[in-house]
Each structure stands twice: as structure tokens, then as C-alpha cells.
Design a binder for this molecule. Structure first.
Ligand SMILES: [Zn+2]
Ligand SMILES: [Zn+2]
Length: 455
């Protein structure tokens, strides 16, 4: 049954759901696991035309759309593939989790061979392959019923759709809605190098390493046939160089080839140790500082809002930062209050989060809590004739009103321009795309106040 709806909703006016009630309780952990694996599949197609990554929350989904638009405008044939590893467990869910008054944030990890490639006429072709772990930050409400399958009647055209179908607007008339996120969703993701991830079976890896080392192995073990003892005691005294017989040489080569996988196996083990050691050296300072940050953040924020974890905060801010990086219309982003952002991000075509964000300062001024922290990213910039990957640190200050509580109660409202009446996605732009009128941005969410390069 359609509810009569003659109200003119202003852009930020919140309306109570008109949905038919009768939501069902769900196994939340099963739903989270499903979202994690759906995301790993969807992200592989994120840059294809028209694709919407529905397992991601609306910020991350928009971020991926903006990145795709930028790649298209720069004429880059950019491909990103994630081959699930053949490691015994190719994914693990709920490896860590944090719970607050409203949300439960958890990590899922997948083992992948990550292949990135980019082509463009006149540009040096770009290819990177690395065995990695992909971490997904999954945000979910602690408890609550699943209303995504409930039906809702579009107040503009009367079409009946499920709430799930309305996340990207009414499919019949295009009306946009401001609605509570349909959790669980992936809010953030990042990659950690993991040399132990292999998509090949172990014997193949061992042979590959062994063959690569064969020229060195052959020379290294050469003294075995070139040296012989001159006395009959077979000790290593009185060694003398000799010319080996043909049979000896053939037997030697044969033995070395048989030994190749064994040598390869030991080299592979050694290389994983070296790589792990190097990555620990690179990441440890950031990892330590984030450990302290979690405690500091929780202690300071508990006075303001007991229901907020550093995990929820950092995944949100990272995604907002990435939207800012990829947007070509930064002034109209409703969460952006950064002045003088400049053109530094205009040639960034990829920006991957390292997974560490340290928290430097928390202060409250005029009903707003300001949090300053460092975000560690790898940026890929388009320099015209080539792409350049660089590790960078940015210091971000984000703020949120302290007098508006967090709420997870479901609500949905039509978004309408107060000036011309058109419906548009006010999350993506604060300006009406039809008449240009600036609508007041949301007051119940985080705003970016400052972004600057650090270190
Ligand atoms: Zn409609
Ligand atoms: Zn308008």
C-alpha cells in the first residue's frame, strides 16, 4: 500500500520511513561474510562503465566512481585484477573487530595476487604484480533488523521498489533519496604485501625460483667436479684442480637439475623472510603510532560520544579524503570545507591506503570536535609519459558536531531542491545540478576542514 505523501521535503529534512514494516532478523555474521566476499569480486569490475559496487557503502562507492571517471578522462586503459591466492585459506573473516554503542567494525582478509596495468598511446606501459593481503573494513550495526527487502512507494512517481533497489535512486523516475545506510557494508579497504601469497602450487614456485638461480648454482657447485684429492684418504686436504671427464660433467648437470626444486624451495623461503623483514621495517613506526592513537582517540572521544571507535572514524575519513583526491569539483562536495586545496591531486589516478592513521590532536571548539591525524597512502600519478607511484603522508583535520547524536534508526526521505524542486543526490554535491542552488550540507556527519602534505 502506498502512503499518501504531499509533503515537500527540503533537502536536509529527515522523514520517517514510509516503508512497510516487517523486517526480519538476520544472522549478522553471515551477512558480513557475504558482503566481504561480494566486495572482493565486485572491486575487480569497479572501473568498468556503469558498474556500481553495491557491497561498498555510499562514500566508497562514490569514490570508486570518481576514480573511474578520472581514468576515463585521462584515456588510461587501467586494469586492476585480484587473483585469489591458492593458499589453503584464501580468505578469513572477522580477524579483528571493534564494537561501540551502535556499530561493529570488523576486518576481513583475502589473499590475492594483485595485478595493476595501465596503457595509453605515447606512455610507458605500466605493470605491477604483487602478492598481497586485501583487508576490508566492514561496518555493521550491532543489532537491528534487515529492512532492505521491505517495499517503499516512490513519492514522486508511485513506483514500488524494495529499499535495497532505492540506494541509487528510483529506477523509474530518478528521484534520489537520503536514507540510512543499509549495513553491513565495506567502508574501506587496503593492501599489505604478503610474499607468502602465491597463485601457483608450491612445486611450481620452487622450480621457478630454482631455475632462476640455476646459472649461479651451476658455478657455485663447480668445484665439486673440478677439484679432486690427490691422496687416497678422501679428506679435503691436498686438493688439486683437474679437468673432469665428460661423464662427470653430464652427471653433474643432471644432479643440479634434480636439485633445482630443492634449492628453489630454500630460496623462496629465504625471500619471504627478507620481504617480510623489509615490510616490517617500513610499516612498524606507523603501526606503533596507530596503536597509541586508538587508545587516545577512545579516551578523548568517550567524553564527547561514547559510541565511536577509531576504526569507524579512520575508515570514514580515509574514504572522504580519497573522494576529495578524485573529485574534479571539490568545492561542491558537501563534506569539504578545505580552503586552498590547489591542483596537487589532479593527476592522481590511484590512491591506496596503507592501513595506518595516527591521531595527533583532538579538541572541541564551538560544539564541534576536531580530530587531526596522519593518513599514509601510496599515490599513482599520471605524469603524461609515465605513471609514478609514491608513498605520501597527509595530515587531515576532520570535524563533527557534538550536539547531534549518532543514530542508526532507519529513515528515508526524498531529496528535493528547495529552489527548483528537482531531485538530486545531495551526498555527491551540495549544488543542485539543474539550477545551481547551494543547499545546506548535512550537519550530522564528518566534515574535512584541512588537508596538508606531511613529512
Ligand atoms: Zn520514482
Ligand atoms: Zn534546483
Amino acid at each position: 500500500m502506498c502512503a499518501e505523501n504531499n509533503q515537500n521535503y527540503r533537502t536536509e529534512e529527515e522523514a520517517i520511513a514510509l516503508a512497510s514494516s516487517g523486517g526480519s532478523t538476520v544472522d549478522r555474521q553471515a551477512a558480513r561474510d557475504a558482503v566481504a566476499s561480494a566486495f572482493r569480486e565486485e572491486i575487480r569490475h569497479a572501473f568498468e562503465p556503469g558498474v556500481k559496487v553495491m557491497s561498498a557503502d555510499r562514500e566508497l562507492r562514490y569514490c570508486l566512481e570518481l576514480q573511474r571517471d578520472r581514468l576515463a578522462r585521462r584515456n588510461l586503459q587501467y586494469k586492476e585484477d585480484m587473483d585469489p591466492g591458492k593458499t589453503p585459506a584464501n580468505s578469513l573473516n572477522n580477524v579483528r573487530s571493534w564494537k561501540d554503542g551502535h556499530y561493529e567494525t570488523s576486518w576481513s582478509v583475502g589473499y590475492i595476487k594483485h595485478i595493476k596495468s595501465a596503457e595509453r598511446a605515447g606512455m610507458k606501459s605500466f605493470k605491477k604484480t604483487q602478492p598481497q593481503q586485501i583487508f576490508e573494513t566492514i561496518v555493521d550495526v550491532c543489532d537491528g533488523e534487515d529492512i532492505s527487502g521491505d517495499t517503499y512507494c516512490c513519492p514522486n512517481c508511485g513506483a514500488v521498489s524494495t529499499i535495497r533497489e532505492l540506494q541509487e535512486g528510483c529506477s523509474q523516475c530518478g528521484t534520489s533519496f537520503k536514507m540510512t545506510e543499509l549495513y553491513p557494508k565495506v567502508a574501506n579497504y587496503y593492501f599489505v604485501p604478503d610474499p607468502a601469497v602465491s597463485t601457483d602450487p608450491l612445486w611450481k614456485t620452487a622450480i621457478r625460483y630454482g631455475l632462476r638461480a640455476l646459472p649461479v648454482t651451476l658455478i657455485l657447485f663447480l668445484p665439486m667436479i673440478l677439484l679432486k684429492t690427490t691422496d687416497s684418504s678422501q679428506t679435503l686436504k691436498n686438493l688439486q684442480w683437474t679437468v673432469p671427464s665428460v661423464q662427470k660433467v653430464i652427471a653433474y648437470i643432471f644432479a643440479m637439475i634434480i636439485m633445482t626444486p630443492v634449492i628453489g624451495y630454500f630460496l623462496w623461503i629465504l625471500s619471504t623472510f627478507v620481504a617480510a623483514f623489509r615490510s616490517v621495517g617500513k610499516e612498524t613506526p606507523a603501526a606503533l603510532s596507530v596503536g597509541n592513537s586508538r587508545k587516545r582517540f577512545a579516551a578523548q572521544m568517550s567524553a564527547i560520544s561514547p559510541e565511536y571507535t577509531f576504526e569507524t572514524f579512520s575508515s570514514k575519513i580515509t574514504t572522504l579524503f580519497r573522494i576529495l583526491v578524485f573529485s574534479d569539483n571539490k568545492e561542491s562536495l558537501p563534506f569539504n570545507a578545505v580552503k586552498n586545496i590547489g591542483t596537487d591531486f589532479d593527476n592522481v589516478i590511484d590512491c591506496t591506503f596503507h592501513g595506518w592513521m595516527s591521531c595527533k590532536d583532538i579538541r572541541v571548539e564551538n560544539n564541534i570536535v576536531y580530530v587531526t591525524g596522519d593518513v599514509y597512502v601510496d599515490t599513482t600519478r599520471d605524469l603524461g609519459d609515465r605513471l609514478k607511484v609514491k608513498s605520501e603522508v597527509y595530515q587531515i583535520t576532520a570535524g563533527r558536531r557534538t550536539d547531534i547524536p549518532f543514530s542508526t534508526n532507519f529513515s528515508i526521505a526524498k531529496i528535493q531542491c528547495p529552489s527548483c524542486g528537482a531531485s538530486f543526490n545531495s551526498f555527491k554535491s551540495k549544488n543542485c545540478p539543474y539550477c545551481g542552488k547551494e543547499c545546506e550540507p548535512a550537519t550530522d556527519d564528518w566534515v574535512l576542514y584541512d588537508v596538508r602534505k606531511a613529512g
